[in-house]
Design a protein around this ligand. Sequence first.
Ligand SMILES: Nc1nc2c(c(=O)[nH]1)N[C@H]1C(S)=C(S)[C@@H](COP(=O)(O)O)O[C@H]1N2
Ligand SMILES: [Mo]
Length: 318
Amino acid sequence: MKNLTPYDVTPETIFNQRRQIIKAMGLGLATAGLPKMGFAAQETKTLAALDFKAAPASDLALTPESKIIGYNNFYEFGTDKASPAKFAQDFKTDPWQLEIAGEVENPFVLNHTQLFNTFPLEERIYRFRCVEAWSMVVPWVGFELARLVEMAKPTSKAKFVVFHTLHDPEQMPGQKNKFFGGGIDYPYVEALTLEEALNPLSLLSVGLYGKILPPQNGAPIRLVVPWKYGFKSIKSIVKITFSETRPQTTWESLAPDEYGFYANVNPNVDHPRWSQASERVIGGGGLLAVKRQPTLMFNGYEKEVGHLYKGLDLKVNF
Ligand SMILES: Nc1nc2c(c(=O)[nH]1)N[C@H]1C(S)=C(S)[C@@H](COP(=O)(O)O)O[C@H]1N2
Ligand SMILES: [Mo]
């Protein structure tokens, strides 16, 4: 394992709290009102609308679109949560190629157009979690990962589905500059077990709020696994490979004591540096008006995914 600098593992919360304090001091809370707390000022670029089956009515209060697209983790574009919205605006996502390879009978490639019309698109309103205990509710648009897995026809050897983000230092400043990119060895890699990938909740998303994904959210295609912490939901995927062995994933390599392979949302297993018993809701209003609520097992999706982990010690396999 490589040596970590303190910068590499600065928890996102502390990093942002520090910024917030600095900002609050600079702006003067009383006179200037609440600071924006690291949210990016919104671009008004118009994104193409998508054709999809709408989500059934939901009781979940949606996180405002401005926050979903202005408060992101995408270290290829900087570690600050406001950075991706600023630095990914000109990221070229068309043309694009998504390659499916490895332990499959039917390897294939989807081009940009095919990402949007090979599988039926539907909307899913999902609870979504960031590692550091922030929670959102996002109306994603995409297709079930299982559809793509079925098309690939995994061989009997395939046990893991591995996702790879684009590697393009010319476009991604965090890949060019180690400090700016949070010390990650790029490209960003994530993986699921084959069973997890086949679960109907696992979504390959091409849009949110009815439109194609903005670059900062992982255009043109990213994963969404709503029962796991945010870092599993890898962005801007160029390759999906099927393998017999479990790969080294990005955050597990960076800080194995803090970020496990499974990364299931679990109120009973704390992150070494913060509690996971409760989460902070990113809803309407300023970030200072943040609400705390208890963390739900598997982020509220226990009925759908609990069976995948029967007999597994979740304290060890965190
Ligand atoms: N390629 C890549 N994918 C990534 C990340 C990243 O830095 N690079 N960050 C992850 C983390 S830590 C989180 S919380 C989610 C955030 O997704 P969002 O910005 O759409 O909310 O993206 C995940 N996917
Ligand atoms: Mo995260």
